[in-house]
Write a protein that binds this ligand. Structure first.
Ligand SMILES: [Mg+2]
Ligand SMILES: [Zn+2]
Length: 196
């Protein structure tokens, strides 16, 4: 006989996949090409920390064709992402990984959203199925990529979000939130108890 309790079953990994530009930081038509040009949208850093506090692992999946176009190099992209991760860290949160596609649209790669390569890589790396995993983006291609692999697409109206909403044709299951902070509030707030 043993008096040791069985170890509690490990809860399944809760994952969320975020686009970067226009979701976490202000987007720019001229591309975000340096750490100085990377400026967080108010509330987004706190929102990521809040996700962590509620058991989410936070992963970023971002198209960065500025690399393929020669607008900035890998060292610069790393420096930009380091700034983002440092700000999150100082807020008590953490971004587990940043997946990026460096390709331009005409390179026809499998990773560039709306294709699903980055999402598949995330599923492999974190050993999770993507069904029902929330994914937050401001462009149609973010939502489409997520919807293709069973994620719950959430459109934020920051960045290109308002234009995306106006153009329509969103995946059927898309939820719409003002910004990342509101999306996170929706995700971590338990639904109201039904009263008899
Ligand atoms: Mg974006
Ligand atoms: Zn790619």
């Amino acid at each position: 006989m043993s008096s040791f309790a069985k170890p509690a079953a490990k809860p399944p990994t809760k994952l969320i996949i975020l686009d970067r530009d226009g979701v976490i930081n202000y987007d720019s038509d001229q591309f975000v090409k340096s750490p100085d040009e990377w400026k967080p949208i108010p509330g987004s850093i706190e929102a990521i920390a809040r996700l962590n506090q509620n058991g989410y692992r936070v992963v970023v999946a971002t198209n960065q064709s500025g690399i393929g176009r020669g607008l900035f190099d890998m060292a610069t992209l790393n420096a930009i992402n380091d700034k983002m991760m440092e700000l999150v860290f100082r807020q008590g949160g953490r971004i587990d990984a940043v997946f990026f596609c460096p390709c331009t649209a005409d390179q026809k790669c499998h990773c560039r959203k709306p294709d699903t390569g980055m999402f598949e890589d995330i599923a492999t790396r974190f050993h999770v199925g993507l069904n029902g995993v929330p994914t937050v983006g401001d462009s149609l291609r973010d939502l489409e990529a997520g919807a293709k692999v069973g994620c719950v697409p959430i459109l934020v109206l920051t960045g290109k979000g308002k234009k995306t909403q106006a153009k329509g044709n969103l995946p059927r299951s898309t939820k719409i939130c003002a910004d990342l902070a509101e999306a996170v509030k929706m995700l971590v707030t338990p639904p109201p108890k039904l009263t008899a």
